[in-house]
Each structure stands twice: as structure tokens, then as C-alpha cells.
Design a protein around this ligand. Structure first.
Ligand code: PMP
Length: 326
């Protein structure tokens, strides 16, 4: 018989899928690391389980304890699945700009969900960061995950996502392009790939309203770069410890409109029904067109699934309200 002992054993070993029509103008082979095949439908399952195992090893969480995290939804889903199998309670705080589907999904897998205002700074007591910290401090036997600064996040990608991409491309990968939020994905994969071949180029996709690109180019944390934006999952108004700027060759910024429009194009032209940051990632890759030559193998990572965005990106009324569609 061939079976897994529980759902957590299905995490990882996702396929690489060639992108065809959308990248017709690019001379290189462009492959998508297709993370929606994880059981929680996102790449974040990988780091969720790794962060919990690291906390267990360090004695930060005890049997029956409560896991608390500020999450845009995907990390919460991964943590929730692991919490169910491992017997923990799960509390998620998130910003009210997140899609309703993400909130409903977290509740469906047993999370207590606390919705916090989006347009307050991270240090504000009502922000989803501060709320998560406060709950973890108040509740006995609880552990605040802090995916931004918890380096088990990067480690998960160094141990699984990076090696998978290297092996699946027979070591031929030349470029890795990926949206950056906590930085775990780019830093873990980037470090692994550069250790195998220092010539592999690592490109981050950022949003307008986020600090990463300017900080990478100038070393300056510029508050003027921070303003509200619509794209979900990528960009930050803080510098998470998981963003290892040293292994990143450059950032490109994608507009909210382009991220939304290209998410829909992936669904309609490639049959890839994905989340908002996938549109940002593929548009970012297209913006980097001049970087790629004929024999290059470019891997772009798609973080999550389209079902979480049916009320937004895949809804014509919402697209019109945002001015993303005529
Ligand atoms: N896309 C989506 C949909 C996400 O949820 C995240 C995680 N915030 C990212 C991209 C960015 O990944 P990372 O946190 O590893 O930088």
C-alpha cells in the first residue's frame, strides 16, 4: 500500500510547470514552481510545519498549547493544519484588507480569527502584529510564531523548496523570481541555489507601497515608500529578519493593477488558477525580460491558489471598483 500517515506528509514535492503563452516574448525556458499543490493550497505549509517543529524542539510550545500568529491567511492555514494534527489551538490575527475567503477558510479549519485595521502602522496597538503579540502575552501556554523574524521560515525553504528546484531543473536553473513578503521563500531558496551555483540570479518582486526595493538599492529605510496598496501577500512596511538582502540581486516593483490583470491572464491563458501574488510574480518576470537569454532556465514561484480571491481579483465588479478593468 502507498499512503501518507497524515496530511502533513503531503507537504512539498510540488511540480514545475512550463509557462507558455504569457512568456512567448521571452527567449528562456520559464517554469512555475506550483505551490498550490500543497495541502493548504500554498507554499506556506512548508514553513508553518518547520516553525512549529523548531518551537517544539526549543520547548517554546507544550502539548495542548496555543499558537498565535499575524497572517495574511496562507501561513495561518498551514499552521492550522499542523495544529490540528499535533493537537494545538490556533489564533490568527489579520488585516481587514485580506479577502473574506481567507478569513472564512481559517475559521473552517478551526482557527480563532481576529480582524484588525489595515491602515495603522505596525507599532500601533491595534495592528495585526501588535494584537498577535498581546494575545500571546496574555494567554497561558501560548507561543507567538512571528513568521517575519522567525528564521525557521527561511530554513524550511533552504531545506525543501530550494533543493527541489535544483533537482527538478537538473541544476540548470539560472534565475529565480519570486514575490517577497516575510522574505522566507526568496532567502531560503536563494541561499540554497547560490550555494550550488553562485551565478544563479535571485530576483524579488515588490509592490508600490513597500520598502524593499528602495532599501535594497540605497540601504535607506524610506518612510515615503510606505502607503496602502491592494496586492496581497507581498511587500512590507517593515524589514523582516527573513529578508536576506545579500543574496538578492535586485527587486522589481509591480503595480496593483498589473498584479490583478496578470493573475487573471494566468488563469485564462495558462489554466493556472492562482492568487494575487502570482500575477505580480509573472508581471515582474516580464519586466525583467532583458535579463534572460535563450538557454536560461527561469523559475518563478507561485505562492497560492485562486479560490482565495474569487470575491476580488476574479470578480468583475471588484476589478471595476478598483479601476483595474473598464
Ligand atoms: N504570496 C502570498 C500569497 C503570500 O501569502 C506570501 C506570504 N506573505 C508571499 C507571496 C510572500 O512569501 P514570503 O513571505 O516567503 O516572502
Amino acid at each position: 500500500m502507498d499512503y501518507k500517515n497524515n496530511i502533513l506528509e503531503t507537504i512539498g514535492n510540488t511540480p514545475l510547470v512550463k509557462i507558455n503563452k504569457l512568456v512567448a516574448d521571452i527567449p528562456a525556458l520559464v517554469l512555475a514552481k506550483y505551490e498550490t499543490f500543497n495541502p493548504g493550497n500554498s507554499v506556506k505549509d512548508r514553513m508553518a510545519i518547520k516553525m512549529i517543529e523548531a518551537a517544539e524542539e526549543q520547548g517554546l510550545i507544550l502539548p495542548g498549547g496555543t499558537i498565535v500568529e499575524g497572517t495574511s491567511g496562507n501561513t495561518g492555514m498551514g499552521l492550522a493544519l499542523a495544529a490540528i494534527i499535533k493537537g494545538y489551538k490556533m489564533v490568527c490575527t489579520l488585516a481587514d484588507k485580506q479577502s473574506k475567503e481567507k478569513i472564512d477558510i481559517l475559521r473552517a479549519v478551526g482557527c480563532e480569527v481576529i480582524v484588525c485595521p489595515t491602515n495603522v502602522g505596525p507599532e500601533h496597538p491595534d495592528s495585526y502584529y501588535s494584537t498577535a503579540k498581546r494575545i500571546a502575552a496574555e494567554r497561558p501556554n501560548s507561543w507567538y510564531v512571528n513568521q517575519y523574524d522567525n528564521l525557521a521560515n527561511t530554513q524550511a525553504h533552504y531545506e525543501s523548496t530550494g533543493p527541489e528546484i535544483w533537482e527538478q531543473t537538473d541544476g540548470k536553473v539560472t534565475h529565480f523570481v519570486v514575490g517577497v513578503g516575510t522574505g522566507g521563500t526568496i532567502s531560503g531558496v536563494g541561499k540554497y541555489l547560490k550555494e550550488q551555483n553562485p551565478n544563479v540570479k535571485i530576483w524579488g518582486v515588490d509592490t508600490y507601497g513597500s520598502v524593499f526595493k528602495k532599501y535594497h538599492e540605497t540601504g535607506e529605510f524610506d518612510e515615503n515608500e510606505i502607503y496602502p496598496y491592494v496586492t496581497e501577500g507581498i511587500g512590507e512596511d517593515i524589514l523582516p529578519k527573513n529578508v536576506n538582502f545579500d543574496i538578492i540581486d535586485g527587486f522589481t516593483k509591480v503595480t496593483d493593477k498589473d498584479a490583478a490583470v496578470y493573475t487573471r491572464r494566468l488563469a485564462q491563458e495558462e489554466g493556472m488558477f492562482l492568487g494575487n501574488s502570482a500575477g505580480a510574480a509573472i508581471k515582474g518576470l516580464l519586466q525583467l525580460k532583458d535579463e534572460f537569454k535563450e538557454d536560461d532556465v527561469v523559475v518563478v514561484l507561485f505562492h497560492d491558489h485562486g479560490s482565495r480571491y474569487i470575491g476580488k481579483i476574479y470578480n468583475d465588479e471588484w476589478m471595476k471598483e478598483q479601476g483595474f478593468m473598464e
